[in-house]
Design a protein around this ligand. Structure first.
Ligand code: ADP
Length: 532
């Protein structure tokens, strides 16, 4: 038996029933309804009209329609040509109430015509918008307050993380130095654990600092000439050791159409790639990780590049695909501890990619692998000449090259603990160092003595690092000399490398100072100078 649906019959047959039905609808409508005659005077209205306008039957009856509207609103209504069109709905306008106040309303007006097409009147339906306007205002206000609070949070976090980094420098540096002294096995083990924890804490702080800076709008995306292919290669080469230790193949393929030089932010691109390739290796137990670079489009001044990081790892459960880009989320809650990590990396990457006019997304099948894709729109000048050199040699050779065996290094640093650590690190490499506490002292000592390298803190009292460098470079114009200056700064996360370089410095190391990084920076710079 088929089941048939019989709609309830409306009371159509009986005219008086029908009339009663419409009367009820009319009277109980939550909208104010007024009906005017051919002379544009009110003849009929419902209860809501009396209520909304605050008018009695006497005041409403025979009232000219135009009296309900402020003059300019009436003119606007006239200009809508409703008489010609027949109707117009959703008109945002105002009506004047009995007490002279005006009310924001949404009006719909329909013109009534007889069978010959003559206008015999009009119906106006009005909805009071005051309440929704109030709610809207409150919502906008609430949104502003929330945004302000969120901004304040980001600023606070950025500031706090920055402050925490400085003492972390001392903690890690001191542990390092103590590890180099003669210790019992037990002491050594304890210190290694302490250093590990300190380093984990530092990477968490770095991530928080980075994310909050991005959220507070404090990250400036640099626009420099960069070599994208080299950046991808270097990131992969840097992580090859990690991949090899897990017996995973790490390969990269680069679109031959990729221009050698593009305009963009090398530091940020490197950071995103590091994060994604590192994750891909981390969550893969066997097989291959591949980084692919593909040119999506190339125009007069833009180049859209798509990066894909493909892995054959554990994948991401479908229900978590959306949330992996949120802060502090891990796709596999139960296994999160096994893999380590802060749960902030992808959130940072997403923010950075968006700041570079791109998008970041993931395709993944649980148990089979993930593909993280992102696009970046780089600037492109067809005839740009490369001026950027990659200075980060990764390997530290044990024997010092002849030309850098005996260096005299000036350390300008106002924090005495950091100064001591830096001096000790330099001593380990067999270099002589002299320490001063501000830029003025740098200038004073340079009058008496020359150095092979200057390590320059950026924030110092009396004269800061950048200003000091500028004075030195100005004076060198007369002598034709050029002493390599390396910035040492806690502003590590702001992608400031290029800023220091343009101010006249030659290199850059971030605090807490990593021995090998400092070593590489010094050796690279000095060898370069020797060659020139
Ligand atoms: P974490 O520091 O925890 O790795 P991320 O923000 O980088 O933080 O990643 C968030 C989560 O997304 C990870 O904990 C992991 O569950 C998931 N994830 C990221 N990359 C991959 C990947 N290549 N394969 C599988 N899961 C991944």
């Amino acid at each position: 038996m088929t089941h048939q649906h019989h709609p309830q019959q409306l009371p159509q047959e009986n005219f008086s029933e029908q009339k009663e039905m419409f009367r009820v609808i009319f009277e109980h409508s939550p909208a104010a309804i007024t009906v005017a005659d051919a002379n544009e005077r009110i003849v009929t209205w419902n209860r809501m009209a009396e209520k909304m306008l605050g008018m009695s039957k006497k005041e409403l009856f025979n009232r000219p329609v135009h009296e309900f509207f402020p003059v300019e609103e009436w003119e606007r209504l006239r200009s809508l040509n409703i008489r010609k069109k027949g109707m117009q709905s959703d008109i945002m306008t105002k009506v004047i109430c009995h007490d002279g106040t005006t009310l924001d309303v949404n009006a719909s007006i329909t013109v009534l015509k007889d069978s010959k097409g003559e206008i015999i009147g009009s119906i106006c339906i009005l909805n009071d918008l005051t309440q929704s306007k109030v709610v809207e205002k409150e919502l906008v206000q609430a949104k502003l307050v929330a945004e302000e609070a969120n901004h304040a949070k980001s600023v606070f976090l950025a500031k706090m993380s920055h402050e925490v980094r400085t003492p972390m420098n001392a903690i890690i540096g001191m542990i390092d130095l103590t590890l180099d002294t003669s210790l019992s096995e037990e002491q050594k083990d304890n210190l290694v654990v302490a250093k590990d924890s300190a380093q984990n804490l530092l990477s968490l702080i770095n991530d928080i600092l980075d994310l909050s800076r991005a959220e507070a709008g404090k990250v400036v995306i640099e626009e420099m000439e960069i070599q994208v292919a080299d950046i991808v290669k270097n990131v992969c080469k840097g992580l090859a050791v990690l991949a090899r230790s897990k017996q995973i193949d790490l390969v990269w393929t680069i679109d031959p159409k990729l221009p050698r030089v593009l305009i963009g932010d090398a530091v940020r691109l490197r950071q995103i790639l590091m994060n994604l390739v590192n994750n891909a290796i981390k969550f893969t137990h066997q097989g291959k990780v591949e980084a692919r670079v593909h040119v999506e489009s190339l125009s007069e001044d833009d180049c859209v590049v798509k990066f894909e990081i493909v892995d054959q790892g554990i994948g991401i459960p479908k229900k978590n695909i959306e949330t992996v880009f949120d802060v502090f989320t891990e796709a596999h809650n139960t296994t999160a501890r096994r893999y380590g990590g802060t749960g902030l990396g992808l959130a940072i990457c997403k923010k950075l990619v968006e700041m570079m006019r791109g998008q970041l997304w993931v395709d993944s099948v649980e148990g089979q692998g993930s593909t993280f894709c992102f696009t970046i729109i780089f600037g492109y000048k067809p005839h740009a000449i490369s001026t950027v050199q990659d200075k980060t040699g990764q390997n530290v050779s044990v024997a010092l090259p002849e030309e850098v065996k005996h260096l005299r290094i000036l350390v300008a640093e106002d924090n005495l603990i950091n100064q001591k650590i830096t001096v000790k690190i330099l001593e380990k490499f067999g270099w002589q160092s002299t320490a001063v506490i501000n830029g003025q002292e740098v200038l004073d000592i340079l009058l008496k003595q020359s150095f092979d390298v200057i390590l320059m803190d950026d924030q110092m009292p009396v004269l800061d690092g950048v200003a000091t460098t500028q004075v030195i470079r100005r004076e060198e114009k007369q002598t034709g000399m050029h002493v390599p200056i390396i910035a040492m700064t806690a502003n590590a996360m702001s992608g400031d490398r290029e800023r220091y370089l343009t101010s006249g410095m030659d290199g850059y190391v971030s605090k807490p100072i990593e021995r090998t990084v400092l070593y590489n920076e010094i050796v690279t710079l000095v060898s370069q100078r020797m060659k020139n």
